[in-house]
Design a protein around this ligand. Structure first.
Ligand code: FAD
Length: 403
């Protein structure tokens, strides 16, 4: 029997975020029928901005949605690291055309909703994706013939494959792999997307200081600016909300330069975000069930790769299932084999880059010196991340106790 004659698997995807819809699109483009079950009453993305490196945009191009994304995405000219106290530039890397021609796709910054819309429209256009909001998956079962999920409203869905793209607190992960809680970092985040004031460049700007930072970049064709302020609060306790308060935020950033302090009144102080991640853990593929995106490899935001890695997962999963539609456990095991080493390396390097961003004292002085002598068109440090996979990832130092 040749490939074209083999029956393609029917896939149930749990979670209608960026990971879930990218998966649905990637599978549907390969001819598979997909149902996306999302617990929220509508499909939406919480939070505003997202950076996508060339690796993630190459994947979007292969899925045929990069042009749609580029209608509202901004192509920043540089990624700059500034001193949070003085506002002085410590370093910048050229992005724009230089990076795009080196890696075959641009670096972009965009509104999360714009990306989700492009993915959903791409999925809908295939005619093979059924998107079902208001479906909270509460249980699953699998045997040698298929998978079945049960939702909170009592409805059930069946397929040949189940993909858990249900985020950092994934129920699919809990049921098939690991029921531990994700790790809470002591960093708290406040966000402030809003109209773009005068003087904000088409650039990704990271203002770094001792255990705090501001990340800022334009989105939505440059009409808006996305701002994220984050700082470490040692008062944090799992389950308690009495820490990382707006008072602490204002106190910590009182020593920042004018530009950074000007961001404070723009923040939504009603909503603080706590960061969670996980250490790498193998076992994403369990028979006919696979984990993907944050459900598989939740990571901190410092390399701006969480969603990008989910997009890479989706392509790898679609390729593995098309190659072995007759042996689903083998196809899913192949997907994990391809993706686990890379996603794990990104997870751990993300923790390292978080430490690097938040150095204080002597470590910050050394970091700032090294940044100043680094050339703006030296891409050696990101070659493993944005390139074709031929450069191995760095191994973060064990001495930093990141593991
Ligand atoms: C401050 C911050 C900045 C970031 N910046 C970037 C960036 O610049 N670039 C980047 O690539 N990444 C970034 N990330 C990471 C990125 O947001 C995540 O990695 C990405 O959104 C994960 O997508 P996902 O689809 O795997 O999970 P999610 O986005 O969490 O989606 C999971 C979906 O599953 C649904 N769900 C959950 N449980 C159930 C259930 N039981 N039944 C049905 N549905 C369910 C949820 O409602 C949700 O819609 C950032 C993260 C943070 C916190």
């Amino acid at each position: 029997m040749n490939l074209a004659q083999r029956a393609l698997p029917r896939v149930v995807v749990v979670g209608g975020g960026i990971g879930g819809f990218t998966t649905a699109l990637a599978l549907a483009l390969r001819g598979m029928e997909v149902q996306v079950l999302e617990r929220a009453p509508e499909f939406t993305e919480i939070g505003a901005g997202l950076q996508f490196g060339p690796n993630a945009n190459r994947a979007l191009e292969r899925l045929g949605v990069l042009d749609a994304v580029l209608k509202t995405a901004v192509l920043p000219t540089k990624f700059a690291i500034m001193d949070v106290y003085t506002g002085a530039e410590l370093y910048h890397a050229k992005l724009g055309e230089v990076l795009a021609s080196r890696y075959g796709a641009p670096y972009t910054v965009m509104h999360r909703h714009d990306l989700l819309t492009a993915l959903m429209e791409g999925a809908r256009a295939t005619g093979r994706v059924e998107a079902l909001p208001g479906k909270e998956v509460v249980d699953l079962a699998q045997d040698s013939t298929g998978v079945r999920v049960t939702c909170a409203d009592g409805s059930t869905y069946q397929g040949d494959v189940l993909v858990g793209a249900d985020g950092v607190r994934s129920i699919v992960r809990r049921l098939v792999l690991d029921d531990s809680e994700p790790l809470m970092s002591e960093y708290v985040i406040y966000r402030g997307p809003g109209p773009r004031p005068e003087g904000i460049e088409d650039a990704v700007m990271l203002y770094t200081g001792d255990q705090m930072h501001l990340m800022q970049y334009p989105i939505q064709g440059g009409a808006m600016v996305n701002r994220v302020l984050s700082f470490r609060s040692t008062k944090g306790k799992p389950g308690s909300d009495e820490w990382g308060t707006p008072e602490e935020l204002f106190d910590r950033f009182s020593v920042a330069c004018d530009h950074v302090r000007a961001a404070l009144p723009t923040l939504d102080l009603e909503k603080k975000w706590v960061q969670f991640d996980r250490a790498p853990l193998a076992g994403w593929a369990q028979g006919r069930v696979a984990l993907l995106g944050d459900a598989a490899h939740a990571m901190r935001q410092y390399l701006a790769q969480g969603a990008g890695q989910a997009v890479e997962d989706a392509l790898a999963l679609a390729e593995a299932l098309s190659a072995r539609p007759d042996d689903i456990p083998a196809a899913l095991a192949r997907y994990e084999e391809v993706r686990f080493p890379r996603a794990s390396a990104v997870q751990m390097n993300t923790r390292f880059f978080g430490e690097f961003t938040h150095f204080g004292g002597i470590e910050a002085l050394v970091r700032n010196y090294l940044l100043k002598i680094l050339s703006s068109d030296d891409y050696e440090l990101v070659e493993w991340l944005y390139g074709d996979g031929s450069v191995p990832p760095p191994v973060p130092p064990r001495s930093l106790n990141l593991y």
